[in-house]
Ligand binder design. Structure first.
Ligand code: FES
Length: 76
């Protein structure tokens, strides 16, 4: 009998099917400075073909930006 591993580290979600881009690739691009959809489009071609990935990409982008903001010490 095999166990189901339900760890986020082991899951990869394809966000952009047209260009084969995963959520992990988007997160890495955000870590490397792509902080807007336009920048993600330039880096990974997100949304440049059918455009169906734009909403999901934006959710991944915003989630990663929130993680980065929460990890940074507050400026106050
Ligand atoms: S799924 Fe991303 S451009 Fe088509």
């Amino acid at each position: 009998m095999s166990a189901i591993v339900n760890s986020k580290e082991n899951l990869v979600m394809y966000v952009c099917i047209c260009h084969g881009v995963t959520d992990t690739q988007i997160e890495v691009a955000v870590d490397n400075g792509a902080h807007t959809m336009r920048q993600l489009n330039r880096e990974l071609k997100i949304g440049s073909q059918c455009g169906k990935c734009c909403q999901c990409s934006k959710r991944v982008l915003n989630s990663k930006l929130m993680q980065i903001a929460e990890a940074e010490p507050s400026a106050a």
